[in-house]
Design a protein around this ligand. Structure first.
Ligand code: 5GP
Ligand code: ZN
Length: 119
């Protein structure tokens, strides 16, 4: 069923505490943790606790949780003191755009100059 934990999903396992992660924030509906392969001095992933394959599926099914994810991403940026210098929130969607984990997640990137357009 949509939203149910998936046995083979890495991020569902992080939510369940079955795989360790460096958690920086948690809300009733979301978890934020450091990316294992950081692409910037700050690289945090914000994920919903429920399983949806990507951000568009999440917002279609559970819009309040998508809003929670964005709020938490903004809070991570404040916690990491990125608000002044600027930061980027990224939703890679589909393998062709670099998505490798098919559980919705926002990347929060900052702490260095960020080029536009991204590669
Ligand atoms: P995607 O490529 O799907 O947009 O992002 C998935 C992200 O998850 C990648 O940036 C990758 O480094 C990160 N990642 C993959 N496996 C793990 C893990 O076991 N722990 C953590 N903290 N991050 C992971
Ligand atoms: Zn999942």
């Amino acid at each position: 069923m949509a939203g149910e934990p998936q046995a083979d999903c890495l991020f569902c396992k992080i939510v369940a505490g079955e795989i360790p992660a460096t958690i920086v924030r948690e809300s009733e509906t979301t978890v934020a943790f450091r990316d294992i392969n950081p692409q910037a001095p700050t690289h945090v992933l914000v994920i919903p606790k429920v399983h949806h394959p990507d951000a568009a599926s999440l917002v279609a099914a559970e819009p309040q949780i998508a809003a929670d994810m964005l709020r938490e991403a903004g809070q991570v940026a404040l916690d990491e003191k990125l608000a002044g210098s600027g930061y980027r929130i990224v939703f890679n969607t589909g393998a062709g755009a670099g998505q490798t984990v098919f559980h919705a997640h926002a990347h929060v990137l900052g702490g260095r100059g960020l080029n536009w357009p991204p590669g």
